[in-house]
Ligand binder design. Structure first.
Ligand code: ADP
Ligand code: MG
Length: 232
C-alpha cells in the first residue's frame, strides 16, 4: 500500500521580490512500513517537504497524496484531524509543552481527538512505557534528559495508533550515542508497522533507511540509489 505519493511537487516562498523554490519538482513514493531518510544540506528543502507531507504547508505545484488524502484539496479541518489521528510530527528540539508532565504531553493529541481524559492518560502511560520511559510519566520535560524528551515526543507522535511519523532532524540536538538510540527506537516502531519519514544531517542515520532521498536546492537528486545499491 502506498502511504505517500508525490508527483512533481513544488513549493515556492516569496520574500519581497525574490522567489525561492524550496521544493522543486519532487516525485517520490513511500510504501506502508517503510523508513525513508531525507538528506541534503541546510536549505535543501527537507523541512519544507516534511511540512507538505504533514499538511502544515500547502503544495503549489504537482500532486501530493498522503494516506489517500489529496493534500491540495483537503480542508484545513481535515488536515488538522489527520495530524491528530493519523500523522505525528517529531522535531529537532522536541517541542514538548514545558508546563505539562510527560504523560500530559503525550495525552494531548488523544484528548484533542476526543478521547476522555482518564482513558487518554492511561494510553499515554503505556505509550511512554513503549518508548522506554516507564516511571517517568509525572516528570516535567526539564526533569529528564534530551534523549528522554525526544522519546516522549516520539510517544506523543505515535500515540493513538498513528500510521505515519514525520521526524525533522530528530537526532540533531543529541550526542551521537543518544542519537543512535533514537534511531533504534524509530526503527523498532517501523518493525511494528509505522511508516517513518525523517530528515537528517548525520550520514550514520542513512543506514536505517529503506530509501534514502537526497535533496539539493529543493530538487531530488536522481537517479536515487538505495542503500543496497539498487536504483529506486
Ligand atoms: P532544510 O530543512 O533542508 O534546511 P528548508 O525546507 O527549511 O530546508 O528550506 C528550503 C528553502 O526554503 C530555504 O531556502 C529556506 O530559506 C526557504 N524557506 C523555507 N521555509 C520558508 C518560509 N516559511 N518562508 C520563506 N522561505 C522559506
Ligand atoms: Mg530543516
Amino acid at each position: 500500500m502506498v502511504i505517500v505519493r508525490a508527483d512533481r511537487v513544488g513549493k515556492k516562498f516569496s520574500i519581497g521580490s525574490e522567489t525561492v523554490r524550496a521544493v522543486d519538482n519532487v516525485s517520490l513514493e513511500i510504501g506502508s512500513g517503510e523508513l525513508v531518510v531525507l538528506v541534503g544540506a541546510s536549505g535543501s528543502g527537507k523541512s519544507t517537504l516534511l511540512n507538505l507531507i504533514g499538511g502544515l504547508e500547502r503544495v503549489d505545484g504537482g500532486s501530493l497524496t498522503v494516506l489517500d488524502t489529496d493534500m491540495r484539496k483537503a480542508s484545513e479541518a481535515a488536515l488538522a484531524r489527520m495530524r491528530l489521528t493519523r500523522v505525528g510530527f517529531v522535531f529537532q528540539d522536541f517541542n514538548l509543552v514545558k508546563d505539562l508532565t510527560l504523560a500530559e504531553n503525550v495525552s494531548l493529541p488523544l484528548e484533542g481527538a476526543g478521547v476522555p481524559r482518564k482513558k487518554a492518560r492511561e494510553t499515554a502511560r503505556s505509550a511512554l512505557a513503549r518508548v522506554g520511559l516507564k516511571g517517568l510519566d509525572d516528570r516535567f520535560p526539564v526533569e529528564v534528559s534530551g534523549g528522554q524528551q525526544q522519546r516522549a515526543a516520539i510517544a506523543r507522535a505515535v500515540v493513538g495508533e498513528r500510521e505515519l511519523i514525520l521526524a525533522d532532524e530528530p537526532t540533531g540536538a543529541l550526542d551521537s550515542a543518544t542519537g543512535r538510540e533514537i534511531m533504534e527506537l524509530l526503527s523498532g516502531l517501523q518493525r511494528d508497522g509505522v511508516t517513518i519519514v525523517l530528515s537528517t544531517h548525520n550520514p550514520a542515520n542513512m543506514e536505517f533507511g529503506d530509501q534514502v532521498i537526497e535533496l539539493r536546492d529543493g530538487r531530488r537528486l536522481s537517479p536515487a540509489t538505495a542503500p543496497d545499491g539498487a536504483a529506486c
